[in-house]
Design a protein around this ligand. Structure first.
Ligand code: GDG
Length: 498
């Protein structure tokens, strides 16, 4: 694998739905603050590292939606930001419609709440064209264009058709569903999505399963020839592979000992006294399994009364999409369930659930990860789940136990955690008991093993791995061009490069 300094591309161009910053009005003054989310934290960490290693001082280019002002001011020394403008009436059907009401539920295995609306797809095409126009104005020969996420499936081929020799990588942060589910989309949408993605040189997913699902859909829908991870097009090959996203391990691990976090932990421990903390933090979303988590905890309280007054569950839900009816309903249901459980089990000196609907500062988050005894992460489906990885990276005080849904991509790498099926309320309630009762030596051994793995394949290795493989595909394509001219068969050609 190449290091950042060895890569041959001149500039990195990120294209994602949102820019990494937004403007907050503060009285008369405007301030730029970082947008939340896994992709933003990953690329921000990466920019520091790349800058430290690079010989030139090239900034990372980021193209995405956001305030005009972000493109006019020098917001961050490592980035040049280019806002894309999408008219509100298009964005409503594109982002609110096709992205959030079609792709998000279907790709997270909620087909019964998926909307199939022709006007949503048309808005999706329009918005991808708007991104394309911006990209076309900005890119230069030698750039590496890295397109992210399900909002931009059509973009790679729009770029490829206009500038054939360009270097394009695509990364999908959510699961790619089984071909049986994918084929629930109308045929012309399926073809457009797959052909759009095949404009890339390299397509990355979090797990092997998602990669195989994608390859199977390509075969079934487009009938293309596939050998191992390579898809053969007319005169080009495209690679699809797994790149499990990592975290900035050292940032999380080392944060546990900085003065502010130590102070925060001391305060929290005083409040908790000798009660053991169970902790979870997620965005408000039906894919995160928030209700089944509460039901499992309720069952735990019912089955294991010896833990009454000795355990506390701090459930933090971060506001997200909460102007949409489905999310408003979910929030109400969560709050009603928390109220019912607390009403049933609380006494004057103990409340079994501390529920918070807000986001935490980084220091608060790290302190809570570190002092808790159990991390309870139960999504019904999740591309990766970075919270699970951050939780493990921060285990220093108690070597806490991670209870993790096997339907999160992170379960592949974190198999020393207690893996549960989130709909199995009984087994999850038992897992909480097992975690709380586990001996320290066992907890420590599990945490150390997982920490080693996470440190080894952190966010920097993830990105370097992706870029290196993208360059390899490019080199293969060059050689293939020569071979096609020599009239070799596709099979002969691909065997040469195995
Ligand atoms: C996609 C996929 C995939 C959360 N609450 C607070 C906070 N966070 C930070 C966490 C973590 C990130 O946000 C959320 O991580 P997820 O993994 O859930 O990612 P998403 O952005 O929701 O979504 C997901 C990911 O992309 C990466 O590929 O893992 O499967 O859906 O970093 O720490 N940070 C702070 N306060 C909070 O309250 N400071």
């Amino acid at each position: 694998m190449k290091t950042f300094g060895q890569l041959s591309f001149k500039r990195l161009v990120i294209v994602a739905y949102r820019l990494p910053f937004k403007i907050i009005k503060n009285g008369d003054a405007d301030t730029a603050v970082q947008n939340a989310g896994g992709l933003v934290s990953a690329i921000l960490s990466l920019s520091d590292k790349m800058n430290a290693n690079a010989e030139s001082n090239e900034k990372i280019i980021w193209i995405g939606t956001g305030e005009k002002q972000l493109g006019e001011e020098n917001i961050n020394p490592h980035f040049d930001l280019y806002p894309v403008e999408i008219p509100d009436e298009v964005n409503e059907k594109y982002y609110g419609g096709f992205c959030n009401d079609t792709i998000w539920p279907l790709f997270h295995y909620f087909p019964s709440i998926t909307t199939y609306d022709k006007s949503y797809f048309e808005a999706y095409e329009q918005a991808n064209q708007l991104f394309f126009k911006k990209v076309k104005d900005i890119i230069l020969p030698g750039d590496f264009i890295w397109v992210h996420h399900y909002q931009l499936f059509l973009l790679p081929s729009l770029i490829r058709n206009s500038i054939p020799g360009v270097n394009i990588g695509f990364f999908l942060h959510i699961p790619f569903p089984s071909s049986e589910l994918f084929r629930m989309l109308p045929n012309n949408w399926r073809e457009a999505i797959l052909n759009g993605l095949l404009g890339s040189d390299l397509i990355g997913f979090h797990t092997n399963d998602y990669t195989q699902h994608f390859l199977r859909s390509v075969k079934r829908t487009l009938g293309l020839e596939i050998q191992q991870n390579y898809i053969h097009l007319e005169n080009r090959i495209v690679k699809a592979d797994a790149f499990p996203i990592g975290i900035d391990y050292d940032k999380f691990h080392n944060a546990c000992s900085i003065t502010e976090v130590v102070k925060e932990k001391r305060n929290l421990k005083k409040i908790l006294s000798d009660r053991k903390l169970i902790f979870s933090v997620d965005r408000l979303d039906y894919s995160k399994g928030l209700l089944n988590r509460l039901k499992s905890y309720e069952r735990f309280l019912e089955k294991y009364p010896s833990w009454h007054e000795k355990a506390i569950f701090n459930m933090v839900v971060v506001p997200s999409r909460d102007t949409i009816d489905r999310y408003i309903e979910l929030k109400k249901e969560i709050e009603a369930t928390v109220g019912r459980i607390n009403g049933k089990y609380s006494n004057i000196s103990w409340r079994p659930i501390i529920y918070q609907y807000k986001s935490l500062t980084f220091n608060e988050l790290v302190a809570l990860y570190d002092i808790s005894f159990v991390g309870l992460i139960t999504p019904l489906r999740d591309g990766m789940n970075l919270v699970a990885k951050e939780y493990i990276a921060c285990q220093q005080e108690n070597f806490g136990v991670l209870i993790l849904s096997e339907l999160a991509g992170a379960a592949v790498e974190l198999n020393e955690s207690i893996l549960i099926t989130p709909n199995d309320i009984e087994a999850t309630s038992d897992a909480i008991f097992t975690a709380l009762e586990m001996r320290e030596s066992e907890r420590e051994a599990k945490v150390i093993k997982m920490q080693k793995r996470l440190k080894n394949y952190d966010v920097f290795t993830w990105a370097a791995d992706f870029f290196s493989q993208a360059e390899e595909v490019k080199e293969m394509q060059q050689k293939l061009k020569v071979n096609y001219l020599n009239f070799k068969t596709k099979n002969e050609i691909i065997n040469t490069y195995k």
